[in-house]
Design a protein around this ligand. Structure first.
Ligand code: GLY
Length: 569
């Protein structure tokens, strides 16, 4: 307690010593962070955060804690927590080496390039986002198992147990869950099993009632007993495949059995002396995060001030180019060649920077994807954990849209993803996030759809600095970018960095989304420079853990959606 008080006091010193705080100091410490001496977790749901901190207290490492939290979220945060989806995890070991784990969903073997199109060759939004054809082969269970086998101190059985117990005994339904389920009623109620689970007696899960999920508990129990085979083979796999086929999908038990999570090389960059490791393709997140940081490094961001019009303009124009490149070049590296090195080079960044006009917006038509030499031409969720031994995890996983495909496989309690919409269902036409994609991201059997997930680890001189990530579809990259700018350029504490107002641009549609919290004068100025400014409700939901130079931990849980909780001890 005393320690916690002293840590808080240290953080507040600039505010209490001497004269009134300067505006910069106010920005840095505007919101108090969670603090801890031994470890820190941050997740979008309180039970998951509690389970994670308990693992650390019992001697598990950050990987054990992250996996435990991921399974708990599959029970307590049905909009995105999952075992029926997939994602990406970055792991830092105590020596500072970072590993990237890809447990992204795959297209079933029976997939075809046009399977999500209507009769006219357009993306069919209904097929792409609701029901059986939208489901990719889930990767979460395989991913959690692989992470533990290589780096965990605990096994799968021990990390699944807390989630299974919550599913068995139930938990009190919070008001946001009732409201959310009602909002997605049209999708969920198309499927009798989903309707039965989420609308008992015809009404959404009543607030404060105890929600038990016996079928999901049984599935988790099968994983406890048989490991990944409890999910990918046997009765659970048979029920998942059957439900998908009954509703017109193409996934088979063989697709489930042959699913493999993979280790990949993280994409690496630097920003003002900090080392940045992030997720490589099939996520676009790391490539474009590093690309954007490279461009912004050449501008005097700190001197020009947090949220100044000129800095926002630079961020917008940088993102305009990044998302143009994304549309052209990014896809599953097992199927297409992605020019990661070129896109993340300082040399290409300086070319982009030279083309950004001062105080004048370009139109997206004026910005084309890179000509790469030598080349022919939400709902997601994030958790971050760090422990005192030096392990850290940044993990983003998803069902894609809120409550995924809406389809719960009968008798399993498993809500399935609609990740197939992250492919370019009809290349050149936007997906559900308005993102344009090309041939590199067309549907092919066994391929992983392109993602924007950006789990990221920041280090300096070999020391862990921060683990951060966000949900938010196409806005994930921009949210993570702005949190890193807050930490590095504006010395914000963890909570202030995740609370700061955000902007987003993704090339097309040619508009800048901005949140409440910017000065109206700044917005007016940006409009006068030709930026097409549109107010957005909220951008991202970042979960950040950070280690201070004195060894203490800070945590920041983004308040944009309910439930975010950072806990330290
Ligand atoms: N499903 C959102 C993403 O992967 O970017």
């Amino acid at each position: 307690m005393l320690r916690r008080f002293l840590v808080s006091l240290t953080l507040l010193v600039p505010l209490v010593a001497g004269a009134a705080p300067t505006p910069v100091e106010q920005d840095r410490f505007r919101f108090p962070s969670a603090v801890g001496r031994h470890g820190m977790v941050a997740s979008p749901e309180v039970r998951a955060s509690r389970a994670g901190i308990q693992v650390l207290k019992e001697g598990g490492n950050a990987v054990d804690a992250a996996v435990t939290m991921a399974f708990v979220l599959a029970v307590t945060l049905p909009r995105a927590g999952n075992i029926g989806g997939g994602g990406f995890m970055l792991i830092r070991d105590p020596q500072g080496k970072v590993y990237a784990l890809d447990f992204r969903e795959r297209a079933p073997a029976g997939s075809t390039r046009t399977m999500l199109q209507d009769g006219k060759g357009n993306r069919d939004a209904d097929k792409a986002t609701i029901g059986a054809l939208s489901v990719g082969v889930p990767g979460t269970v395989a991913g959690m198992d692989l992470a533990l086998k290589r780096f965990g101190r605990w096994d799968l059985k021990r990390t699944v147990a807390p989630a299974r117990k919550i599913a068995e005994t139930g938990f009190h339904v919070p008001p946001w869950l009732t409201a959310e389920v009602e909002r997605v009623r049209p999708g969920l109620s198309r499927f009798p099993e989903s309707k039965r689970i989420f609308f008992p007696s015809g009404f959404p899960l009543p607030t404060d009632s105890v929600w038990k999920q016996p079928e999901l508990a049984a599935t988790l129990s099968a994983i406890e007993l048989r490991g990944p085979a409890g999910f990918y083979e046997g009765p659970v796999a048979a029920k998942i495949a059957k439900s998908i086929q009954v509703h017109g999908g193409v996934m088979t038990v063989q697709d489930l059995k042959s699913y493999k999570a993979l280790w990949r090389e993280p994409v690496r960059g630097t920003y003002r002396g900090y080392d940045i490791d992030s997720m490589p393709p099939p996520s676009s997140g790391g490539v474009h995060l590093i690309q954007a940081l490279n461009v912004l490094e050449g501008f005097s961001m700190r001197e020009d001030g947090l949220n100044s019009a000129i800095n926002l303009h630079r961020i917008i124009e940088t993102l305009r180019q990044c998302y143009a490149d994304r549309s052209r070049w990014l896809g599953d590296p097992d199927f297409v060649k992605v020019p990661v090195e070129y896109l993340t080079s300082k040399e290409y960044a300086s070319k982009i920077r030279e083309q950004i006009p001062d105080r004048k917006a370009r139109t997206s038509e004026q910005v084309a994807p890179a000509q790469v030499p030598g080349y022919e031409s939400d709902q997601t969720t994030h958790l971050s954990v760090a422990d005192e031994k030096g392990w850290a995890v940044s993990m983003t996983y998803t069902l894609n849209f809120s409550y995924g495909s809406g389809l719960v496989a009968e008798g399993t309690g498993v809500l399935l993803n609609d990740e197939m919409d992250d492919f370019s269902a009809a290349p050149g036409r936007p997906n559900g996030f308005g993102l344009l994609g090309g041939k590199a991201n067309a549907i092919e059997p066994g391929k992983r759809p392109l993602s924007s997930m950006t789990p990221t680890i920041v280090q300096r001189d070999g020391q862990f600095v921060a683990a951060v990530g966000s949900p938010g579809g196409s806005t994930i990259i921009t949210a993570v970018l702005q949190v890193i700018l807050g930490l590095v350029d504006f010395d914000q504490n963890a909570q202030s960095a995740v609370c700061e107002a955000r902007i987003h641009h993704q090339w097309y549609p040619d508009e800048v989304n901005y949140e409440q919290g910017f000065s109206p004068d700044t917005i007016t100025l940006l409009k006068s420079w030709g930026q097409n400014m549109r107010r957005a409700e909220s951008i991202g939901h970042c979960m950040l853990v950070r280690r201070l130079p004195n060894g203490d931990f800070e945590g920041g849980a983004d308040p944009r959606r309910t439930g975010g909780t950072a806990l330290g001890y």
